[in-house]
Design a protein around this ligand. Structure first.
Ligand code: 1HN
Length: 348
């Protein structure tokens, strides 16, 4: 059967689109390019949050409401590409959290997994499954999905850390659940360090059953362990041209990333070292732990000092240059992307 083509295609086509819209139908040919772009075109932008001004505002929030009132007193890193989106990159939520002396953040649980990366204070704690861990600067602390968690501190100073959650992936799948506990603070049922003894001592229990499913059983990846490891490797190896010196955090039961959807690693760039350009499909959040580094991403240059946070969304060319010996903590959605077999990177 032949079809007579319209004399005024754009007008007739629009008339047709208007006709099919009430039937909840749409023409693929108008949407196809946007649905399958030749390469990722992130609507998010690389952005830097300087620690000093962010901390100042967080402390101001501390005078406005208690951690308990807020449930979690956090200033969210809002990517300028989607204000109000509560995300630092396409998939990752991140923010800076404050616990003041004597405060608690009450126990709750949710299907999103969380990490904490500690910036300030040495007597903050978080509790998971009845065990507390004390958090020092540079510690990378895990909250597995659906695990009860509450936070507090035993200091006369503020405790501040960066949260990272995979909640936008959970919400995308429409699989988000959450619950509040009747006990604001979990009863301490285990000696501090018990999970380290079982899982972070290069040993494992016989007939080991992973206590948190696909999430690492290591509760707190201590900076006091990670840093010397990284520096030893730095002394032994030549830096990778694109990454510098880097060690990734692992789940000891699988050798894979610590969390089902979140990857994390630690990078050392010796003073004066400049990486070559690279781009990756994962959305990365970088936190400068030590030193100073210039991060060039998506055509912008950020001069980053200690505790600054930088979001680098998918598929932006980036390179780094250390103006002082620098250590950087990075987390990203690479763990999820690898499981879905969609992760890509390109180097030049
Ligand atoms: C959460 O549970 C925490 O436990 C922090 O500290 C930030 C942001 C969104 C949803 C849950 C926490 C959060 C969060």
């Amino acid at each position: 059967m032949s079809v007579a083509f319209a004399e005024n295609p754009s007008k007739d086509r629009q008339k047709f689109y208007d006709k099919i819209a009430p039937q909840n139908l749409a023409p693929l040919w108008e949407a196809l390019k946007g649905l399958v772009p030749p390469e990722p075109k992130s609507k998010f932008v690389p952005h830097q949050w300087k620690f000093g001004p962010t901390r100042e505002l967080l402390m101001e929030a501390g005078g406005l409401l208690t951690a308990e009132e807020a449930e979690r007193r956090v200033l969210v890193f809002e990517n300028p590409g989607l204000p109000g989106g509560s995300r630092i990159t396409a998939t990752m939520y991140s923010g800076m959290q404050l616990i003041l002396p004597g405060e608690i953040a009450a126990a709750h649980r949710h299907t999103a997994s969380a990490l904490r990366f500690v910036l300030e204070g040495s007597m903050g704690y978080t509790a998971v499954a009845g065990e507390r861990t004390t958090m020092d600067r540079g510690d990378f602390v895990i909250t597995p999905n659906w695990a009860w968690h509450d936070h507090g501190q035993h200091q006369d100073k503020p405790v501040i850390w960066v949260d990272g959650l995979d909640l936008h992936i959970i919400n995308f799948f429409e699989t988000a659940f959450s619950e509040h506990s009747n006990d604001k603070v979990q009863m301490v049922q285990k000696k501090e360090g018990e999970s380290d003894a079982r899982w972070a001592s290069n040993m494992a229990p016989f007939d080991a059953v992973s206590p948190f499913g696909a999430t690492t059983p290591i509760f707190n990846y201590k900076y006091s362990v990670a840093r010397p490891a990284l520096m030893t490797v730095t002394g032994a190896d030549k830096p990778d041209a694109h990454r510098g010196h880097a060690l990734r955090y692992t789940n000891p039961l699988t050798g894979g990333w610590p969390m089902p959807l979140i990857a994390a690693w630690l990078t050392h760039l010796p003073k004066g070292f400049e990486t070559r350009e690279m781009r990756c499909t994962d959305g990365q959040t970088m936190i400068v732990v030590e030193g100073e580094v210039e991060i060039e991403a998506g055509g912008k240059t950020f001069t980053c000092g200690e505790s600054d946070v930088i979001g680098v969304p998918s598929w932006h060319w980036r390179r780094m240059r250390a103006s002082k010996d620098a250590i950087i903590f990075t987390f990203s959605d690479r763990s999820a992307q690898e499981k879905l077999a969609i992760y890509r990177e390109e180097r030049r």
